[in-house]
Design a protein around this ligand. Structure first.
Ligand SMILES: Cc1ncc(COP(=O)(O)O)c(C=O)c1O
Length: 351
């Protein structure tokens, strides 16, 4: 079976893990420091803090910006459930808005939501590796006075107008879960360029002046993350290359993913749309190709949350499916996927 995602490690990661075991410094060591420094530099911000998951990163981001009982936080309808769950965990009240044709937060609707609910924080998601309209969003943040937390869990290295995901908002939150573009197994990070916000984040990630969790990662995770990060640019390029082949092959029969102008999409997932998606997924599976729906729920339906009308998300949810785009796909596997999907779609056509 060609897997939808597949982290691959080399001798380098193995050697680092053995070196850590032999050094006896298995937590709070040089790899954690190195990862934080290199990731901050990579994103283009002054501060990076590693934590044990992306969900934890989102939770701490919200608390660090002062979200407390009843504070409103706007999130898009399409994302992984951790996006909205982090709001509830931080005692906030989510407001869900629709997505645009790029699968990211619809800014027209956001403005309506902001006028009506006066949120403390807005949390765009760079879904599937494509950037939300951060320029427009930061303009609205300035105009209405709210904070922005970027959920960049799927967007390591994505760019808009030359600025990377995690460097646009007040805080960026990342995940290094096994399937992500930078995998550690488990892990997360917060990025910020604001020294005052950095101090607030610090108070949440180690025992301090108010109750906080231990959210540290081990040296093993940091070492694997650092080595993977150093390969990220090249691997994102390979993802983009495969995506571009898919888009040329599929654009006639499918709605293929769009790239925002002056942006770099990093194709954490390659997500297409087709009304017969369930049949197509079954046929791909029959050909030994994993294909999946990300996600088969909308966030406000999942958690019964306040929301604005979400016609785009409701339509997309019924048609989206993702096919393997990971950088370890061999040429013949890319060809196989293209052939299998084109055959599957043409077998359903009425001649
Ligand atoms: C968009 C999004 N937000 C948040 C998360 C949560 O990250 P984690 O699984 O590391 O807690 C994930 C991934 O799992 C994600 O895809």
């Amino acid at each position: 079976m060609i897997k939808i995602v597949e982290p691959i490690f080399s001798e380098e990661e193995k050697e680092a893990v053995i070196e850590i075991i032999e050094s006896h410094q298995i937590t709070r060591g040089r790899w954690t420091k190195t990862f934080q420094e290199e990731f901050a530099r990579f994103v283009g911000v002054g501060h990076c803090y590693t934590v044990c998951s992306g969900t934890t990163a989102l939770f701490i981001a919200l608390r660090a910006l002062g979200v407390d009982k009843g504070d409103r936080v706007v999130v898009p309808a399409m994302s992984f459930m951790a996006t909205i769950d982090s709001v509830y965990l931080a005692c906030g009240e989510p407001v869900v808005v629709d997505v645009d044709e790029f699968f990211t937060m619809d800014l027209n609707q956001l403005e309506d939501a902001v006028k009506r609910f006066r949120p403390k924080v807005v949390m765009p998601v760079h879904l599937y590796g494509g950037m939300a309209d951060m320029e427009g969003l930061m303009f609205l943040a300035e105009k209405y006075g709210f904070y922005v937390v970027e959920d960049a869990a799927q967007a390591h290295g994505a760019e808009l107008k030359g600025k990377r995901a995690g460097a646009w908002g007040h805080i960026g939150a990342f995940s290094f879960y096994a399937s992500k573009n930078v995998p550690m197994g488990e892990g997360g990070a917060l990025t910020t360029d604001d020294p005052d916000i950095a101090k607030k984040i610090e108070s949440w990630i180690d025992f301090g002046d108010h109750p906080a969790f231990n959210v540290r990662i081990t040296e093993f995770q940091a070492a694997i993350g650092t080595i993977q990060l150093r390969k990220l640019k090249e691997r994102n390029e390979r993802r983009r290359e495969i995506a571009s082949r898919y888009t040329s092959a599929f654009s006639e029969d499918f709605t293929t993913p769009l790239e925002r102008e002056d942006s770099l999409h990093v194709y954490h997932l390659y997500t297409l749309m087709h009304p017969e998606r369930d049949r197509l997924i079954e046929e791909l599976k029959g050909s030994g190709i994993d294909a999946r729906v990300y996600y088969n729920y909308l966030l406000h339906e999942l958690r019964n949350s306040e929301h604005l009308p979400t016609p785009n998300a409701e339509r997309f949810r019924k048609e989206v499916f993702s096919i393997p785009v990971h950088p370890y796909l061999k040429e013949e596997e890319v060809e196989l996927i293209i052939g299998a999907l084109l055959r599957a779609v043409s077998s359903g056509k009425i001649i």
